[in-house]
Write a protein that binds this ligand. Structure first.
Ligand SMILES: [Zn+2]
Length: 459
């Protein structure tokens, strides 16, 4: 009997123990969890400018989010950018919100924050009982530099005569490092390069006016510092109008049947098209694709000026077509297409030696759409020369060449009727008139004398 009572009593305590202990253990495990909230926050860079918006995501999938504090510490001062408490379901229940994203805008001047070093701090708490019931705390701190001053652009070259389809050089000084700086000619951007002068704040930018950009085209230097502060300075200039030649090209059946098979591989439906239809696809679509490819090839110019003095012209050659000739294409009596010729055609005897026009690095030596076998040389600071319709190529990409080195032989590969050299100069992605670069006095007046002035007088 006694043992029976004892049995009941011990069962009673065992059940009571379980009834009390299980929730207590559960509470201890769940409500006293020690996992900090997760904070996702990326700073694009350490420099902060006039205005920026940060995204921050906070999450706590155990106790739920309790609060977030986002602020900036500058000197002894503290600026609150965001402060929020999240709802919870009572003492035992924890937080209702597991995850939340915020966009926080900081405009230092609006808050009276001074330029200089500062710290961004994010403090996030959860609903755990840890930390004397204040919750687990995650702290993210990022050192930043507040910089609300835009860079100062000082243009050192005095005047800029720019011909339609021509090039120009501007030299300027920046008051601070600017990851992005260069010349805008309307929407076209021509980056600036430092490193030519000892002063690392001095930049050179070669830029171009497209043949179809006329008077009134806006051109200015633009510089953006690490904090995103941007300045603009107008370039004093005069635009020289040019009249471009009109040319009529009559397509013969002999030319079409001799030339079009070469392009059949590049056109999937070629077998179903007439020679004239193939020609139109080549002259329009393939021309556009070839230019796209060229733009890619010249998109990372060497930041060292390899070239020196005038550019060489194909020796003993006659000019067969000029820069920006407006060509109308006729088949029979009918005009079927119009294109603009963005190079100069030079003819000599067949398979003439083609020389590197100036010192540089070979960036391309292969077939290139309508241009056939082509070599492109990077002369540095955004200046490139291009040699097309070659019958043979004698250089490799990456190879350095000197002015006058043989790079290949003239030919009629690609969209060419006879043996000649199609020679082009590019300022970054823009074809310009090569005549300027063959002309010693143009180079002296527009490039070398400007460099000399800056070297002599500084800025
Ligand atoms: Zn040509």
């Amino acid at each position: 009997m006694k043992s029976h009572t004892r049995n009941i009593r011990s069962w009673f305590f065992a059940v009571l123990g379980l009834v009390v202990l299980v929730p207590v253990i559960w509470i201890l495990i769940v409500r006293l969890e020690g996992e900090k909230p997760a904070v996702t926050f990326q700073l694009p860079g350490p420099a902060l400018g006039i205005s920026q918006t940060f995204s921050v995501t906070v999450a706590d999938n155990k106790s739920g989010l309790r609060s977030i504090w986002f602020g900036l510490l500058s000197g002894t001062k503290q600026y609150v950018l965001l402060q929020e408490n999240f709802p919870g379901s009572g003492f035992l229940g924890g937080g209702d919100v597991e995850k939340e994203s915020f966009r926080v805008t900081l405009e230092p001047r609006e808050l009276g924050i001074e330029d200089g070093q500062a710290t961004l701090r994010i403090v996030v708490r959860d609903f755990s009982w840890r930390g004397r019931l204040k919750g687990n705390q995650a702290v993210v701190e990022k050192p930043v530099i507040i910089d609300t001053k835009p860079p100062v652009i000082d243009i050192l070259t005095r005047f800029h005569n720019v011909a339609q389809g021509g090039a120009a050089l501007v030299i300027y000084r920046l008051s601070e490092a600017c990851p992005k700086n260069g010349v805008h000619v309307e929407e076209d951007f021509y980056p600036g390069f430092s490193g030519y002068f000892k002063d690392p704040g001095l930049f050179m930018a070669f830029f171009a006016l497209r043949y179809d950009q006329g008077r009134g085209t806006k051109m200015f230097v633009q510089a953006t510092d690490a904090a995103g502060n941007r300045s603009v300075a107008a370039i004093p200039h005069y635009i020289i109008k040019k009249r471009f030649r009109k040319d009529k090209i009559t397509l013969s059946d002999r030319f079409l049947s001799a030339k079009m098979p070469e392009f059949s591989n590049e056109l999937p439906q070629a077998s179903r098209l007439s020679p004239v239809e193939i020609f139109l696809k080549v002259n329009r679509d393939l021309r556009r694709e070839s230019y796209k490819k060229i733009k890619e090839l010249v998109s990372h110019p060497d930041s060292k000026m390899h070239w020196n003095g005038i550019f060489l012209r194909l020796p003993n050659s006659a000019r067969k077509a000029g820069f920006a000739d407006h060509r109308d294409y006729f088949y029979g009596q009918k005009k079927i297409d119009s294109q603009v010729h963005l190079g100069i055609d030079l003819a000599s005897i067949a398979r003439s030696k083609v020389l590197a026009a100036n010192n540089g690095r070979i960036v391309f030596s292969d077939k290139l759409g309508i241009y056939g076998n082509t070599v492109i040389i990077d002369h540095g600071f955004g200046i490139f020369s291009m040699y097309s319709h070659l019958s043979a190529i004698q250089v490799q990409p990456g190879q350095m060449v000197s002015k006058g080195d043989i790079i290949g032989l003239t030919g009629s590969s690609g969209l060419a009727g006879g043996d000649h050299l199609h020679f082009s100069i590019l300022i970054h992605h823009t074809f310009v008139n090569p005549v300027e670069w063959w002309d010693a006095s143009w180079i002296e007046n527009n490039v070398l004398s400007k460099i000399k002035d800056v070297e002599t007088y500084g800025g």
